[in-house]
Design a binder for this molecule. Sequence first.
Ligand SMILES: Cc1cc2nc3c(=O)[nH]c(=O)nc-3n(C[C@H](O)[C@H](O)[C@H](O)COP(=O)(O)OP(=O)(O)OC[C@H]3O[C@@H](n4cnc5c(N)ncnc54)[C@H](O)[C@@H]3O)c2cc1C
Length: 423
Amino acid sequence: MAEAKVLVWLTNQLRVKDNPLLCAAQKISNNIVIINVLDDLFAESSQFGIPKMSNLRKSYLYQNLLDFNKNLQEYNINLHAYKGKSDKIILEFCAQNSITHLVYPMEIAPEENQIQQKVLQSIPSTIQTVFVEDGFLIPTEQAPKKLPDNFTKFRFMAEKNIPYPIENILVKKQNNCFTPNQNFIHWENTNHNQFVVPPGETEALKRLQFYWWKSDNISLYKQTRNGLLGDFSSKLSAYLSLGNISVQEVYRLNLAYEKVRGMNESTYWLFFELLWRDFFRLTLLKRGNTMFLKRGFNNNILPDLKIDKSKFKQWINAETKEAFVNAGMQELNATGWLSNRSRQIVASYLINDLKVDYRLGSAYFEHALIDYDVCINQGNWLYLSGYGNDPRGRRAFNMKIQQQNYDPNQKYIQYWKNLKTTI
Ligand SMILES: Cc1cc2nc3c(=O)[nH]c(=O)nc-3n(C[C@H](O)[C@H](O)[C@H](O)COP(=O)(O)OP(=O)(O)OC[C@H]3O[C@@H](n4cnc5c(N)ncnc54)[C@H](O)[C@@H]3O)c2cc1C
């Protein structure tokens, strides 16, 4: 019988270390190749005319793939990255390379799911398909069966019965390469290469070491996490969103650190934020399309928000009346990243002061954020607009108080005001 040939279709699992999809593939055969497709759907615009991916985001992904490919070479595994229609590309790839098995990840969001279903329907039934879950702190099988809408209730349930972390998964070196590795990325770079969070698995692993072991900054996380400038938080979001590190890896490291250097409220708070991440992932699994409706999934009756393109433009272009908000939008536009505090401030301003439909803000974050994660982004926008998980409804941030508390000397405002003229 001919040897099995396994195609591993990776989306946001761009890592060698602790990758259950690669391990599942290697259990079938030592003859594996990886494919990643930037689907045409993401080259389109959202319903509000906002391109789904900025050039900066595309570049970030491109450079992630370069790093991933380099790391894979040590394991004799090839990566092929395409841009186009996933179903057409994967079907052709399978036919040309006599693929016998397709290993693919769990997709949570409706659009990603739709792409996946099309692929699965298009490939011949002779190809065996293997589905592998990734990206959860609590594997879905062990997550609360009846997911509450309230995070605190979820947290209590999750903390009572901790089945994690899962053991580290080791990928083996292959004896041979599956296909020649020429022109492995079949799309162009957009030439942006200066990122606040350097892309890829190699940098992600360095960041973990630095934030926990080298700097001990994790031990102050609870006090610093609302910062705006400097090394105030883990800066792991892009790595987690693209799957450059597994959430299990972060959790294992946090536990190891607690064992050696001691547990404190900061190490707990980092875990707490990872639970929030899981909570929004599970919420999207439960709520599906209703997470994207004008009044979200709870359909609360609240003051109406409008699709006001002119106010929205002011917000995007950092030209609002509020200097603190403008600084945040300037940072977002320049870097594709924002602190959690700044995300809350600019989002609250759009919703409560400009009274613009939260879906425009969410679509702009999708466009701009290098760490864009559909579950976390939509979950947070819904939460702030009162149409999601927050039982207290819509809550407005007072901009003056926020600035007094978090930027009393206007360092953040000045920093981005000065850079605005040079970017
Ligand atoms: C309107 C809005 C939109 C957001 N969109 C995204 C997004 O698209 N992608 C994204 O990764 N995060 C998003 N966040 C959550 C949060 O702002 C970022 O994860 C965080 O600022 C990234 O910095 P960090 O990695 O240093 O976080 P840390 O504070 O060090 O937290 C560690 C990790 O916990 C998770 N986490 C932290 N805060 C949250 C939160 N509020 N909800 C869920 N998980 C969280 C992230 O994976 C993060 O990397 C959004 C928040 C808001 C208010």
